[in-house]
Design a protein. Structure first.
Length: 364
């Protein structure tokens, strides 16, 4: 699963990417510093994994991961190919969710592509370009559907109604994710179009050090703007994250955060938010060879969860032995959990819960 970092040129995308991935993508004080997208695989911070490690003492520990993509900055006219528009839009279409970085700080030494700080304007600039690209996609689809609808095809007539509504809303500068559809229409007609503004989004308000804890007037404007959009919002001081990234020890990082009145690095919150944004959750396998966090969609069944390990596990699924994480932590070992009668045997219909510790029985 991929989350793409997007925004105008020079708002802190590549610096944030470096903080998340330690990949040292190029970042500098001029537009289009990032041309080819940088890709990093980022571990998802999870204190439960550390606790399981302390209990089981395995040979190896493997965390869940999210792929983060740093995409070139967008400018006005991108939908028509301006700047790196065509490349940007192709890259963002390949991601599963969007981390939209907005500049919410003043600093005369850092160039803004529009020569002033206004996150509301910046958001609308990118929204318009993405909406125009989605509109192009919808209009192409409508051309095909209209021909079938004119013949009296009932399915085509229904699809035309939904697409006409979608077209009108995009022309009114609405993002697809904020448009109301019947569930069937969204799943059958809208989702297959893979529209960019239908992707889940987290707005990352990049603030200065003083505003890292509570935000500022720029952040308040963004909050008002996105309140009805079905989107997430996170306040993050990217410059602080860069400073934290330079510190060697965990203790130094914690002291730095405490001095600022923060409990943890904002990058950790961002990674978890991206994971949730992608509608993912974690289950664990725990043995002396390996304790591992596995990523599955929220709502996955036990056979589907088993299939993440190996397709044969799903095909030959018999049952799963499940321990809730809280029980594992409370009793302190798998043996004691069993003795307390807290291990459950679940079948094919079981919907996996976040934090479940699981063993699978299968026959190929």
């Amino acid at each position: 699963m991929k989350a793409g970092i997007v925004g105008l040129p020079n708002v802190g995308k590549s610096t944030l990417f470096n903080c998340l991935s330690n990949a040292k993508a190029q970042s500098a004080n001029f537009p289009f510093c990032t041309i080819e997208p940088n890709i990093g695989v980022v571990n998802v911070p999870d204190s439960r994994l550390k606790k399981l490690e302390s209990i089981v003492k395995p040979e190896n520990v493997i965390p869940a991961t999210v792929e983060i993509v740093d995409i070139a900055g967008l400018v006005k006219g991108a939908s028509k190919g301006e700047g790196l528009g065509n490349q940007f839009l192709a890259n963002i279409r390949e991601t599963d969710a969007i981390l939209h970085v907005l500049r919410c700080f003043d600093n005369d030494n850092i160039i803004h592509v529009d020569e002033s700080v206004d996150p509301v304007r910046d958001k609308e600039t990118i929204d318009i370009e993405l909406q125009l690209k989605d509109l192009e996609t919808v209009e192409k689809k409508l051309d095909k559907v209209n021909k079938a609808a004119r013949t009296g095809n009932k399915e085509a007539i229904k699809e035309k109604e939904v697409l006409d509504h979608l077209k009108n809303e995009l022309e009114a500068s609405k993002n697809v994710r904020s448009i109301d559809f019947k569930e069937e229409d969204r799943n059958v007609i809208v989702k297959p179009l893979q529209l960019i503004t239908d992707k889940p989004v987290l707005y990352v308000c990049n603030v200065d050090e003083i505003s890292a804890k509570d935000g500022n007037h720029y952040v308040e404007k963004v909050k008002m703007l996105v309140k009805d959009e079905n989107a997430g919002l996170l306040i993050l001081a990217v410059s602080i994250e860069a400073d934290i990234n330079e510190l060697d020890s965990f203790e130094e990082r914690q002291m730095f955060l405490e001095d600022l009145g923060l409990k943890e690095a904002g990058s950790a919150k961002l990674i978890r938010s991206a994971y949730a944004l992608l509608n993912q959750q974690t289950y664990f396998t725990a043995g002396v060879k390996e304790v591992r966090a596995w990523t599955i969609p929220i709502g996955a069944s036990a056979p589907q969860a088993a299939g993440v390990i190996h397709t044969d596990f799903e095909k030959g699924f018999i049952r799963s032995e499940v321990i809730g994480y809280d029980d594992y932590q409370h009793y302190g070992s798998e043996t004691k959990v069993k003795e307390a009668g807290k291990m459950r045997v679940e079948g094919k219909e079981y919907i996996v819960k976040d934090g479940d510790v699981m063993h699978f029985r299968f026959n190929v």
